[in-house]
Design a protein around this ligand. Structure first.
Ligand code: HEM
Length: 89
């Protein structure tokens, strides 16, 4: 594999992993740790939940873009495997 492409894939993979960790963190904290609705008396926890929801949603959107880039960069490999297994000509 050409060095430039390997570096691109590595960068896309590292960024995807960081985004995945952010998604797991913000998703699980909001689900399992932070109180909901009237349980969250006081502004701070409500703001924190809203901040994590926004972060989760934007990280999710960017994650989808990076996974698409990952698939595009691997496309020749995916295509050759689909050909080898007879799924496409
Ligand atoms: C492409 C990736 C992802 C997208 C687009 C996405 C999107 C969303 C959205 C839109 C919500 C609802 C937020 C709201 O209340 O408005 C949500 C909730 C949640 N997500 Fe994700 N998510 C992604 C990945 C993940 C991952 C990797 C985890 C791993 C743990 C995760 C865990 C959760 C959990 C636990 C909730 C519920 C939070 C709560 O109870 O309030 N998500 N996600």
């Amino acid at each position: 594999m050409a060095n430039g492409k390997a570096l691109k894939l590595w960068t896309v993979n590292v960024i995807s992993f960081v985004l995945f960790i952010i998604l797991c963190g913000t998703g699980l904290i909001n689900w399992l740790v932070l109180p909901r609705g009237y349980q969250a008396r006081g502004d701070f926890l409500v703001s924190l939940r809203h901040f994590f929801i926004a972060l989760h949603e934007w990280a999710g959107l960017v994650f989808i873009i990076f996974i698409t880039l990952h698939i595009v960069l691997h496309w020749p490999y995916i295509k050759s495997n689909l050909k080898k297994s007879g799924i496409i000509k």
